[in-house]
Ligand binder design. Sequence first.
Ligand SMILES: NC(=O)c1ccc[n+]([C@@H]2O[C@H](COP(=O)([O-])OP(=O)(O)OC[C@H]3O[C@@H](n4cnc5c(N)ncnc54)[C@H](OP(=O)(O)O)[C@@H]3O)[C@@H](O)[C@H]2O)c1
Length: 385
Amino acid sequence: MDTPHSTPSSAPPQQWTPVDASELTGRERELLDRAVHIGRRGWGRVHPNPLVGCVLEKDGRVIGEGWHREFGGAHAEVDALVSAAGGPKGATAYVSLEPCNHFGKTPPCTHALREAGVSRVVFGAPDPGELSGGGARALESAGILVTGPVHSLYEARAENPTLFPRVNDRPWVELKLALSLDGGIAEAPERRTALSGAEALAEVHRFRAGFDAILVGARTARIDDPLLTARGEVLPRVPPRRVVVDGRGSLPPESRMLDEGDGEVHVLTTLASTDEWREEIAAHGAMVDVIEGTEGRVDLGVALRGLRMEGVSRLLCEGGGVLASALLDAGLVDRLHLLLAPRFLGPELVPAFPGIHPRPGDGWRPTREPTQLGADLWISLDRAD
Ligand SMILES: NC(=O)c1ccc[n+]([C@@H]2O[C@H](COP(=O)([O-])OP(=O)(O)OC[C@H]3O[C@@H](n4cnc5c(N)ncnc54)[C@H](OP(=O)(O)O)[C@@H]3O)[C@@H](O)[C@H]2O)c1
């Protein structure tokens, strides 16, 4: 992998002690927040590398900003340094991630900051990479004042979860559902229901671009016949794979995703499906994987471990409710995205979370502030453990 920041080799969970909040003024915290914010512009373009932003301030003025724009391209610090009005000598750099300290495709950012004459670095999250980490120490040795890490593990994970995963043997899993006020995801079984408005749908397409794979259950694939492609304002660097969990083999061979759209199609099934069906689906170019399962239900833990081994580090499940509940019940969801629509669906609705068995201590906390998208509200929550 071309890495500004290499994959952590240590086993999660990682812990560190952030600097005392009193070490930062409100203005300093604001500039670091700004660095995080502009780092998000790399969404869909830098993955599997992290989102990183950098703000340069000198004499109370912001003189430059930058972010990691493209996988393999300049790092945020270098992008900011070249933009610095009046030159960066004596500036403070606010960086969302500890500057890297190794030669990857580009030279270490610690060297670039030192050579530019930056006098102080404030950074958000530590770089856990075995090769790329250690930037703070290197900067201090070069006589640069360093403040950080400022962010907690939880804050760091909100931006770059695959750098700080909860577990290593499966992808980081996010689950998104559009939800009515009465907790439904469709008006009635077998009825395709448009719940979200145009702004929310545009955001969903933009959002997909940051994932390695988009996953749905067999019934969603059958009823909605989705393409599962990222058709938003961000063109994904690599189109996400499209994955269907279909233990009994019910996906129609004429499904649109098999013949249309970018992104490999993977159909995960069990021996409960027939040889003929598997051959027919494979003849449409899909990868058909027979994995363990019980009564036609794919073993989701095995499925996710297999996807991880095939290079999927961040996966978005888009429903439906039966699959969502099975993933939640198995403790396999790291982040929830609920797209709340301001309407009721009534007595025939398809529930978002049928048959969930919450365990004592199961808890969720906001990943960030909810976002209003037209009439819909996007709420993101991280597993609290
Ligand atoms: N509002 C939203 O965000 C949203 C999103 C997606 C879908 N939907 C709607 O939701 C409805 C479909 O959702 P749904 O809850 O009925 O079904 P679903 O979650 O899409 O699919 C569940 C099916 O997946 C298959 N499966 C295989 N292994 C499984 C496992 N380990 N765990 C769970 N499922 C497994 C089973 O198919 P078999 O039973 O065939 O074996 C199971 O019935 C549709 O109406 C769709 O329009 C809404």
